[in-house]
Ligand binder design. Sequence first.
Ligand code: G3I
Length: 363
Amino acid sequence: MLCCIALLGACGTRKASEDTLKSVLADKFYIGTALNSWQVAGRDSNATAIVTRHFNAIVAENCMKSESLQPREGEFRFRQADEFVAFGERHGMHITGHCLIWHSQLPRWFCTDEQGNNISPELLRQRMKAHISTVVGRYKGRVKGWDVVNEAIMEDGSYRKSKFYEILGEEFIPLAFQYAHEADPEAELYYNDYNMYYPGKRKAVCQLVRQLKERGLRIDAVGMQGHIDIHHPSLEEFEASIEAYADAGVKVMITEFDMSALPSPWQSANLSDTLSYEQRMNPYVDGLPDSISAQWNARMMAYMQLFIRHADDITRVTTWGVTDGSSWKNGFPIRGRTDYPLFFDRQYRPKPFVEELIRNKES
Ligand code: G3I
């Protein structure tokens, strides 16, 4: 019942539009979303109704990360990932695997021994190859593309001092792309990261792309995660990076798009009084004021229009979740907040900018 209300609610009292996000953007780029474990298991039917109606691409929010797939060496757990891929195939969707090599959500055994010491370079190469070839090989021809390496470059352009970097240096990245390509020569391969509009990171990622290409390794796109907020980054900063990555000879994907409506702790003076700080940092518990909602929707529309203007270079825009209530932003960078970062609200209704995008297509 709620599912029907959700769809009706999506269009209010007006006749339900035949057009959807994926229909109005069909000639621009894939429009996708991340699925959480509840949605993968089919336990959020209202979200599933939105996903199958509005999106033609999906990515796994968590179930394909190394801690989920191989919690202990040689012990693979594919049930959720299999359900995720089967969902995408059932609905004819572009399926992205996220993510093969990442310093976070990484099981401890992968890079260290029982005493917590770093393992040898040779053993890490073996473990990377075993993980990547087992996972990519299992979904060969079914997963369209992979976030091969996630978040390896810092904002100043230096390499993150991850365990992969400590043990193998910069070489861990080309190795990961090589192993992924060997496991599925047809799969698209991506480098994925956040804050990709920082000039230092932009320059380093463009250099990384060129290095991989010079070595004859496949890299199809860079993923700009797109975790932004209501104040920054500017469209100009973001656009400069889209253009720079395209100039480096790869496609661009907006891979984890969301826009926090809340004050950022990184832009806020820490107040000594915790209570007033918490109230100040979580000001919209009972809903967004109209003025903030209007500002948020206008900025989201401006970003979508930016992506549409660059549709020749952008092949996919994926939101990091379906509805506001399931967004990771409710718990990061401060736990227990009420944020409004996604395309659909807590009542499964499309935000005004989504309805405007669809209406604009009809006009
Ligand atoms: O699965 C366990 C569950 O068994 C346990 O009861 C529960 C409470 O501890 O934790 C659950 O694991 C959580 C996991 O999400 C699945 O819900 C982890 O604690 C939690 O840390 C993890 O957060 C994820 C985060 O990556 C981890 O860094 C977010 O859901 C996910 O949205 C976020 O996604 C990342 C991208 O992969 C990469 N780009 C940044 C983005 C945001 O951090």
